[in-house]
Design a protein around this ligand. Structure first.
Ligand code: CA
Length: 218
């Protein structure tokens, strides 16, 4: 049976979410503290984590960084009261698979939980390359002309998406959905921000802006 860890210090919210998830057929486990959330997530006893940003002892970002730093690929959905692009970018960059901004409708949360649990885990060693840029997908190493460049997890995923579709125009909507797992939000500039980061690391010539359409890897 699928077990979901709810790391949330507001009892009203954790009780509401637990009740809904149990009605949908999941087992739940509630913790109200960041350090406890990290221990439980690392215990291997849960299949997904709903992680509040504002938690005592360790905040949600610290829990997530530590979890990913210890090699865990457990799906994590951040529950954030903050809806600014900056916090979203921070959360996703720290390795969150998705986020839900409070206040949320339970159905929205459930849809995201279901979608994350269906995600296939990529297996095997895969290198994707185009021109001088090469990505070792398993080791998460990126090289440009043989020189290693340091990409964040999200920059790496974006580069991978581009290289796998080299020469094709990818819209912001496609990138947001495939790289961030988010529904298109016309007010978000997260894709543009990350394209800028990536250009500064792999060289500006690789990613061409196609006006009104999106971006293309050359
Ligand atoms: Ca909180």
């Amino acid at each position: 049976m699928t077990r979901i860890l709810i790391a949330e210090d507001e009892e009203r919210i954790s009780a509401f979410v637990a009740k809904g998830l149990e009605a949908a057929g999941y087992q739940t486990l509630i913790v109200d503290d960041g350090a406890e959330a990290l221990d439980t997530a690392l215990s291997g006893e849960v299949d997904l984590v709903l992680l509040d940003v504002g938690l005592p002892s360790l905040d949600g970002f610290e829990v997530l960084r530590s979890l990913r730093g210890q090699g865990s690929s457990l799906p994590v959905i951040m529950l954030t009261a903050r809806t600014s692009t900056r916090d979203t970018v921070d959360g996703l960059d720290a390795g969150a698979n998705d986020y839900v901004a409070k206040p949320f409708k339970f159905d929205e949360l459930l849809a995201r939980v279901r979608s994350r649990l269906r995600e296939p885990v990529p297996l095997g060693t895969i290198t994707v390359a185009h021109g001088e840029v090469s990505l070792d997908v398993l080791a998460r190493r990126a090289t440009v002309g043989g020189r290693e460049v340091d990409l964040s997890a999200r920059e790496f995923a974006l580069a991978e998406e581009f290289i796998r579709h080299a020469g094709q125009v990818l819209s912001r909507e496609q990138l947001l959905s495939r790289v961030w797992g988010l529904d298109f939000d016309p007010t978000s500039n997260v894709v543009d921000v990350y394209v800028r980061y990536l250009r500064s690391k792999v060289g500006p010539a690789h990613i061409v802006t196609v006006r009104g359409a999106g971006y293309r890897w050359e």
